[in-house]
Design a protein around this ligand. Structure first.
Ligand code: NAD
Length: 454
């Protein structure tokens, strides 16, 4: 049951990649009904068997890393190096949570008059709503732990990037996971996503996307007291102290901000630099930015590809009006494709739009700070709190600042945010709840307490 189709365009060439049918509201409801019907038997699959099915799914993703990556390069314009990592991340996350069914422990709690047990029970049908910026990994962070915990899953990829999600659905079936246990429903957010929120048989929503839509998802879930995990926007700070290894901090800052063409919720798009080394840092940053390789994303040398769409490029460009305080810019290929050069701004005020709003493109701002307290104040001067970096050789300062910055994922002397072994998520308007790591199963289970009288 489908209503319409969407044409998918290669962001690097503007050529048609394919056409996908959009699922209608009725089609979504029918999929929910099938997922609901499939739930009891999936829940009751023996833990070892469920684990084996997930490992088989991981093996098939591993087998297909290269075609999955190529598909993502065509559909999303990601560099082939990134796309391989993204497909590998799905494999790793499946393998990690394949260990969970056999380790979904409850507790025996001492009580008077009997025995008390807790069980972690799956919720039922889980709806996963994914964005276009990391179509594969973000889908996997939802569906892998949800399936492992015994839920059935409906995955709605973003309108612009459904192709790898559809392929992952086929691989799940090839692995032997029943069709109705994991269904991929390409479609509009306002249709399919909205039905996940409204449909009473969907018992949990995992949403990754903009803070604006996340708010409406949370409000919709509230009507049924439906739990929601939200991974939303960011405007993360990269704090560089005077005592840092400045050469490394400057050389890696473009990776921290321009990876995936800056279409990364964790982008360190605000660089805060201690005033005493501000000029020196900019001198070191300039060659790193102008030398950032924006290339045909199929080339393994490419560090950055195009933006996702013409409309998104216009939005990013709106942060660079006439007279914008551009310090320096990189370059882009000529010809077709939605290219945007890596750009560094030196805003005159911390209230500038480019400092405050998530641009979601390869544009970063650099601002000076005076001392540690000022750095923390500036870093926290944001509605967001997703990630961030701290560059210093002083271990005490690194820990003090890491504890003081209101953000879910911080790295010291690196720009690492996502490691599947560790929890990921945001403070403030960057989200609600955590994905990945050892506790992710808690987001896909209810704790049931059972008391047995002696
Ligand atoms: P978006 O909010 O426009 O869309 C995200 C998803 O929600 C899409 O699948 C869309 O179809 C769906 N959607 C739209 N309207 C809906 C509705 N009313 N009900 C239910 N679903 C609806 O975001 P986007 O432009 O695809 O992604 C970019 C945003 O995602 C950025 O703000 C970025 O920071 C954020 N993001 C956050 C994380 C994180 O982990 N925190 C990761 C990646 C992206």
């Amino acid at each position: 049951m489908t209503t319409a189709t969407v044409d998918l365009i290669n962001p690097a060439t503007e050529e048609l990649v394919g056409t996908v049918q959009l699922t209608s509201a009725e089609g979504t409801d029918a999929a929910v009904a099938r997922a609901h019907a499939a739930f009891p038997s999936w829940r009751d699959v023996a833990p070892g068997d469920r684990a084996r099915l997930l490992r088989r799914f991981a093996d098939l993703v591993d087998r297909d890393i290269e075609p999955l990556a190529e598909l993502e390069v065509r559909n999303s314009g990601h560099t082939v190096g990134n796309a391989r990592w993204e497909a590998g991340n799905v494999r790793d996350v499946l393998e990690y949570y394949a260990a969970a069914p056999e380790r979904l422990f409850g507790r025996q709690i001492p009580v008077p008059g009997g025995v008390n047990l807790t069980f972690k029970e799956p919720l039922g049908v889980v709806g996963v709503i994914a964005p276009w910026n990391f179509p594969m990994p973000i889908a996997g962070w939802g569906f892998a732990p949800a399936l492992a915990a015994g839920n059935t899953v409906l995955l709605k990829p973003a309108e612009l990037t459904p192709l790898t999600a559809l392929r992952l659905g086929e691989l799940a079936r090839e692995a032997g996971i029943p069709e109705d246990v994991f269904q991929v429903l390409p479609g509009k957010g306002t249709v399919v996503g909205q039905r996940f929120v409204e449909h009473p048989l969907v018992r949990k929503v995992v949403f990754t996307g903009s803070t604006e839509v996340g708010r409406t998802v949370l409000a919709g879930c509230a009507a049924q007291v439906k739990p929601a995990t939200l991974e939303l926007g960011g405007k993360s700070a990269n704090i560089v102290f005077a005592d840092a290894d400045l050469a490394t901090a400057a050389a890696t800052a473009p990776d921290g901000a321009f990876d995936n063409a800056g279409q990364d919720c964790c982008a360190r798009s605000r660089i805060l630099v201690q005033r005493t080394v501000f000029d020196r840092f900019l001198e070191l940053l300039e060659p790193a930015v102008t030398g950032f390789r924006v290339q045909d994303p199929t080339l393994s040398s490419a560090q950055m590809g195009p933006l996702i769409s013409a409309a998104h490029r216009e939005k990013v460009a709106s942060y660079l009006p006439e007279g914008a305080p551009v310090a320096f810019r990189g370059s882009t290929p000529e010809g077709a494709g939605w290219w945007f050069p890596p750009t560094v701004l030196l805003p005159s005020s911390p209230t500038d739009r480019a400092v405050v709003e998530e641009i979601f493109g390869p544009v970063l701002v650099v601002l000076p700070f005076e001392d540690e307290a000022d750095a923390v104040r500036l870093a926290n001067d944001s509605d967001y709190g997703l990630s961030g970096s701290i560059w210093t050789q002083n271990l005490g300062r690194a820990l003090r600042v890491a504890r003081a910055v209101q953000s879910g994922n911080l790295s010291v002397n690196s720009h690492s945010s996502v490691r599947y072994w560790t929890p990921f998520g945001g403070y403030k308007q960057s989200g609600l709840g955590r994905e990945l790591g050892p506790d992710a199963l808690d987001a896909f289970t209810e704790v049931k307490n059972v008391f047995i009288a002696h």
